[in-house]
Every structure is written in structure tokens, then in C-alpha cells.
Design a protein around this ligand. Structure first.
Ligand code: ZN
Length: 163
């Protein structure tokens, strides 16, 4: 993890915070960088669209592919304020990004942010046919974790996104 990574993660945090500071507004941000240049910066838009697949990472991948006019994002780095869910981890593999960097990890936030009980979806990366993709977590971990419900939060049913 480099100073450059922290700089891009601060940008992802700013994109997330554009939704406000209340965890109820789902402030998740993702930025895709290619050759030192931002090619997409998107926030979670599930409720706004509405579209259950409109996670920040999915939206950023869509914008980046549209912007480049390319199906593949080889050599690009995807920054996300929170560990990608299983869907977004798989989308990272399919989109051919070379590197995924996330801030807060699964253990840093409430279980409502993840879809499965026991599977470690980060292992999708280890198990991919591709051997040119890496994933690293903990970039500005505490700043990112502050955006979300903590692990021990007692949440009302309407906030339990994965139920
Ligand atoms: Zn996701």
C-alpha cells in the first residue's frame, strides 16, 4: 500500500461522503484508476435507481467501461471504501481489473453489508482462473469504517440489507 493508494482512497471516501455521513444513506464509494488517471468515481445507488446491483463498485466498473469503450479494464486499480461483496468481487474478476484495494474489512463493520454466512468471498480472487488480479484491504481502514454501522450495532429490520 502506497501514499498514492491512500490518496485515491481519500477520493473514494469523498465520493462516499457525498451521500452524507449517516450510515443509513449507504455511503459507499469506489474509484477506478488507470495509468494514474481517474476513469470512474461512483457511489452506491441501489435505493436511488432503484437497482439492487447498483453497488459503488458495479457502477464504477460500468462507467469505466463506457468511458473507455472497452470491455476490459486491464491494468486498472479499483478502490473501494468497503471490502467488496461477493457480487462486486466477481465483477472485478470479470472486468479484468488488475488490482482491488479496499478500506474497511468485513470484520470492521456490521454483518448486514455481506451476503453470505461463512464463505470468505475474497477467496474468489485466489480461486479465479486469472492470475493477474490481486486484492488488498485495510487502506485507511479506520476512516473508512467510520462511514458504516459498527459490528455490534443493533439495527432495525429495515436496515438489514442482506436479510
Ligand atoms: Zn457489492
Amino acid at each position: 500500500m502506497t501514499d498514492e493508494d491512500e490518496r485515491w482512497m481519500r477520493r473514494a471516501i469523498a465520493v462516499a461522503r457525498s451521500k452524507g455521513s449517516d450510515p443509513a444513506s449507504a455511503p459507499l464509494g469506489a474509484v477506478i484508476v488507470l495509468d494514474g488517471r481517474e476513469i470512474a468515481a461512483e457511489r452506491n445507488q441501489t435505493k436511488e435507481l432503484p437497482d439492487a446491483t447498483a453497488h459503488a463498485e458495479m457502477m464504477a466498473i460500468r462507467r469505466a467501461c463506457e468511458g473507455l469503450g472497452e470491455l476490459e479494464l486491464r491494468g486498472a486499480t479499483l478502490y473501494s471504501t468497503l471490502q467488496p461483496c461477493g457480487m462486486c468481487t466477481m465483477a472485478s474478476i470479470w472486468s479484468k481489473v488488475g488490482r482491488v484495494v479496499y478500506g474497511a474489512g468485513r470484520a470492521d463493520v456490521h454483518a448486514m453489508y455481506f451476503e453470505d454466512r461463512h464463505i470468505d468471498t475474497l477467496r474468489f480472487i485466489d480461486d479465479a482462473y486469472r492470475d493477474d488480479i490481486t486484492i488488498e484491504g485495510g487502506c485507511l481502514r479506520s476512516e473508512c469504517a467510520e462511514l458504516y454501522y459498527p459490528p455490534d450495532a443493533d439495527l432495525p429490520p429495515e436496515e438489514l440489507a442482506n436479510m
